[in-house]
Design a protein around this ligand. Structure first.
Ligand SMILES: [Zn+2]
Length: 65
């Protein structure tokens, strides 16, 4: 009966605070929004948008109808 067990928001916030402390830049796919990992931000925290392998393959393999 502990409501904190379903605390997904709290966990997200904790992760965000962790990122702030570590000053990492998160790489995120601009198409499907999955995380592609993090890299050292050197004092900067943010999100770097790119394209993941899956979306890149989809684009390359996409055939026009
Ligand atoms: Zn993607």
């Amino acid at each position: 009966m502990d409501p904190d067990i379903q605390g997904g928001v709290d966990q997200e916030r904790a992760e965000w605070i962790g990122r702030m402390k570590d000053t990492v830049i998160e790489a995120r796919c601009a198409w499907c929004n999955i995380s592609m990992g993090t890299k050292d931000g050197g004092g900067t925290v943010g999100v770097s948008h790119g394209i993941c392998e899956g979306c890149a393959n989809d684009m390359l393999c996409e055939e026009p109808n």
